[in-house]
Design a protein around this ligand. Structure first.
Ligand code: A2P
Length: 284
């Protein structure tokens, strides 16, 4: 297991994980099993990904005890609301063949673009998560793709503060406002698509910089997240790259290069998502 961050409730969160999104192609138990063999112990899944059952199967096959894993899952947009989210959680536990989760997140702050009652819905969903947490069924609770105003809404009257915000983060999409906000509030940021879904791999500036450190562009991007205090959740379907993506602790990106990586032109997938309505114009 790698070094861990301590979440705001004292729970340890490994500083690097494996993202299972789109690992569900019929062979995904094999791919996830390979990731376990490559040494990953933190696995990020979600009901929406369709990978929970494959993850359970891979863990079963590996023979590694459940307690050695850190497992995150998420409630999808259609599973929001106080009762719904508790049922969603129960289904996730069943699919994952476990009796607890390490971390459970609300996947998106609003169910669809223009949804007007998101503040109420998020609060009710959060109340469901708080109950699961207080019952000891999940060790920590948090959010995903939330911007500062979405988190502010929860902080107004929550009993348990969100421990994590998992967002798209990579050079070229660093969501500075959200990262700064979370880090000030002791909310750990986790990065989905830390290597920018291949889009960054052909970038000349990154290729040149990676060459100077003797690493790949993917390793440079993963290291960038780590040096920002953010948990990268890369994915790969190949053993060699799974291993490479964990081999990011033997070099240090200079302050000047960190600045160059943080000031690249900003284009992210979630900025193009329908929910980006909430990125560009905060709801009332
Ligand atoms: P592959 O499965 O062939 O390795 P992200 O996690 O940012 O969404 O990116 C995932 C994509 O990046 C996948 O297409 C994956 O392809 C590719 N990828 C993952 N690790 C590496 C690596 N070390 N070098 C090159 N491509 C990588």
């Amino acid at each position: 297991m790698y070094d861990c961050y301590t979440l705001n409730n004292g729970v340890k969160n490994p500083c690097l994980g494996y993202g299972t999104y789109k690992a569900a192609d019929g062979k995904s138990a094999d791919i996830i099993q390979m990731a376990i063999e490559a040494g990953y112990r933190y696995f990020d899944t979600a009901s929406f990904y369709g990978t929970e059952e494959y993850l359970a199967e891979a863990i079963r096959r590996s023979g590694v005890p459940r307690e050695e894993f850190f497992i995150t899952s998420k409630a999808w947009k259609t599973q929001m609301g106080y009762e719904n989210v508790k049922e969603a959680f129960r289904q996730s536990l069943e699919a994952l063949k476990t009796d607890y989760l390490d971390l459970y997140l609300i996947h998106w702050p609003l169910p669809e673009e223009g949804y007007s009652n998101w503040k109420q819905l998020d609060k009710e969903t959060w109340r469901g998560l708080e109950e699961l947490y207080e019952e000891g069924k999940v060790k920590a609770i948090g959010v995903s793709n939330f911007l500062p105003h979405h988190i502010e809404n929860l902080l107004e009257d929550c009993r348990v503060r969100p421990a994590v915000d998992q967002i798209e983060f990579h050079p070229g999409y660093t969501q500075e406002m959200t990262v700064r906000y979370c880090q000030e509030k002791d909310i750990l940021v986790q990065a989905w698509s830390p290597i920018g879904r291949r889009a960054l791999l052909d970038n000349e500036m990154l290729q040149e910089m990676a060459g100077q450190y003797g690493v790949s562009v993917a390793q440079l991007c993963i290291r960038y997240a780590i040096q920002r205090g953010i948990v990268p959740l890369p994915k790969s379907s190949a053993m060699e790259r799974m291993k490479q993506n964990q081999d990011v602790f033997g070099f240090e990106i200079t302050e000047e290069d960190m600045y160059r990586l943080g000031t690249m032109p900003q284009t992210g997938w979630s900025g193009l998502h329908p929910d980006a309505g909430s990125v560009r114009r905060p709801e009332k």
